[in-house]
Each structure stands twice: as structure tokens, then as C-alpha cells.
Design a protein around this ligand. Structure first.
Ligand SMILES: [Zn+2]
Length: 313
């Protein structure tokens, strides 16, 4: 048995993972306003103990606790150097969890972990070269080369969301302009549509969301485009065009065997992958794209939990 823990900015989910990569038990806690590292760390330790006692699993039978967190992890997989979601700097989470619980721990970037999970047990099982792109609020990326996670010189690589698709483009939360995620990240897409609605736009999208702007998500924008809402059509076509361009750039660079697309925008839309295929074809080098598959992630919310439980340095 292993345990994987997905540490997000609003919730933390722990799962007990068996040797076949299945989550057999899970527990969720919410992170309140108190996001200070020692508070959250202790809550994680309590959560592990609660889950083990609920399932009457002895501590000794856990081979590892894998911790997945957004942000940069140090070269030794011990500290979270910086986590944008939680505002942590140099959090020594691996050693702290090991000291508190007496169980081996490991810490990995959440999207690296999710991509590894998909490679080992999910949609990319049996392949060698994988590009994982997770489109939620922003965009996270993971790269597997010859079955190994590619992390770069200082474990800060594979930031696919911040490859620059247009130097003169939309502002990104990273302070740059024209990043992939500024075009295709869910929060950015929604913000662009909202801006027009706030300025008085009332098309078919207005009926689709029953006039409640707070529920608007990327799925509504796709559906709005499908039923002929002019604003949604413009914005969604732009999203697809940039998504195709971003993926094509990665295909030309990496020549992956498979692209696994995951995240809320992918799960919450109906035909994103089908729509992006012709754009990808138009913009990729033919040799780099040949025989490549592009598929939806399979493990959904469990991907980072499962990946963190098994991922190797
Ligand atoms: Zn950026």
C-alpha cells in the first residue's frame, strides 16, 4: 500500500493506493483561510493518521506517502521551494512528514505527478514519450521521456502554461504577456467573456447561464459557440486556435507518442479534443505528428494522488 496526497490551494485529498494503482480509500479536507505551512502540514499528518485508522491499516504497511503540490520542488524532492497556491517558501514537507509519522515520504510537482500517474496506470499506459497538459484555471504541463519524468536543470521545467504564443498578447498571472495559459486557461477564458457581459452584452450565453454570471465556465463558452452566440464563437475559436498552436509547438519540440489532456476545461467541454485535432494537424510538422495520439486523461482527480504515490526521481 502507498498513499498519495494532492495538496491544492483550497482542498487536500489523500488516497490509499494499491499496487495496481487503484485508489481504494480517500479522505478530503478543506484548507481554510489559514494557509500557513505549519498549520496545513499538521492537518495533513492528522489526515493520514485518520485515514489509516478508519481503514485499520497499520502505519508500517505504508511504503510511501507521496505529496503532490503545485509549484517548484527542490532537486532532492524534499522541499517545496515555492507554492503559488499556498504562498509557501522553502517548506521542508518531506522531512517534516517523515518525522511526524515515521513513514517514507516524497514530494513532487502536482502536474508531473498527474502525468506520471497517467503514464503508469492511465491513458498513456504502455507508451514511452508523453506530453501531459492539464487545463484548469491555468495550464500545467508534464513531460515523460523514455518513461522518466523530465524536470529540467533545477526541477522547474515543463511549465507549458507559460510558453509564449504571442509576445504582444494577453497579460498572464506570471507577469509575462501572451502565455499559453493566458489564452487557454479556464479562468482567463471566463474572464474575457464576463468582461463583455458586464459591459452589457446579452446573447444566447445570457440564457445559457440564466443571467447568473457567477456560474459561467469554459463549458458554457463552448456550448454558447455551438448554439451560435457571437461572442462565445469568437472567443472559443480563439481558444481552439491557440490551443492547437501551443500543442503543435510542443509536438514539434518533443515529438511525443501521446498527448494526454486533462483538467476542468477538458472534462467540462464536449468536443474540445476533436476540434483541436485539425488545428494541430495544420500547425505541426508532419513528421513530428505522425502516429501521435491525443486523448483525454483517464484518472481524473486521482491522477496526482496515484502519480505521487509511485513517481521516481
Ligand atoms: Zn505566464
Amino acid at each position: 500500500m502507498r498513499m498519495g496526497i494532492d495538496i491544492g490551494g483550497t482542498k487536500i485529498v489523500a488516497g490509499i493506493v494499491d499496487n495496481s494503482g487503484k485508489v481504494v480509500a480517500r479522505k478530503k479536507i478543506f484548507v481554510g483561510h489559514q494557509k500557513r505551512y505549519p498549520v496545513v502540514r499538521d492537518a495533513i499528518a492528522d489526515m493520514v493518521l485518520d485515514l489509516l485508522s478508519e481503514k485499520t491499516i497499520p502505519r508500517e504497511s505504508l511504503k510511501r506517502i507521496g505529496l503532490a503540490c503545485a509549484g517548484q520542488i527542490d532537486k532532492d524532492f524534499k522541499k517545496i521551494i515555492f507554492s503559488p497556491n499556498l504562498g509557501w517558501h522553502n517548506a521542508p514537507i518531506r522531512e517534516d512528514i517523515e518525522a511526524l509519522l515515521g513513514i517514507n515520504a516524497f514530494v513532487e510537482n502536482d502536474v508531473n505527478a498527474a502525468t506520471y500517474g497517467e503514464w503508469r496506470f492511465g491513458a498513456a499506459k504502455g507508451t514511452g514519450h508523453v506530453l501531459g497538459v492539464f487545463i484548469g484555471t491555468g495550464i500545467g504541463g508534464g513531460i515523460i521521456i523514455n518513461g522518466k519524468v523530465f524536470r529540467g536543470f533545477r526541477n522547474a521545467g515543463a511549465e507549458i502554461g507559460h510558453i509564449i504564443l504571442n509576445p504582444f498578447g494577453y497579460p498572464c498571472n506570471c507577469c509575462n504577456t501572451g502565455c499559453f495559459e493566458a489564452y487557454c486557461g479556464g479562468a482567463y477564458i471566463v474572464e474575457r467573456v464576463k468582461k463583455h457581459i458586464k459591459n452589457g452584452y446579452r446573447g444566447k450565453i445570457w440564457e445559457l447561464i440564466n443571467g447568473d454570471i457567477s456560474i459561467l465556465n469554459a463549458g458554457h463558452v463552448e456550448s454558447g459557440a455551438d448554439i451560435g452566440d457571437g461572442l462565445c464563437k469568437n472567443i472559443w475559436n480563439e481558444v481552439l486556435e491557440y490551443l492547437g498552436a501551443g500543442l503543435a509547438s510542443m509536438v514539434n519540440l518533443l515529438n511525443p507518442e501521446i498527448i494526454v489532456l486533462g483538467g476542468g476545461v477538458v472534462y467540462g467541454t464536449h468536443h474540445l479534443i476533436e476540434d483541436v485535432k485539425p488545428i494541430l494537424k495544420k500547425r505541426s510538422m508532419a513528421a513530428s505528428l505522425k502516429n501521435m495520439r491525443i486523448v483525454k486523461a483517464k484518472l481524473k482527480e486521482d491522477a496526482a494522488i496515484i502519480g505521487a504515490a509511485f513517481v521516481e526521481p
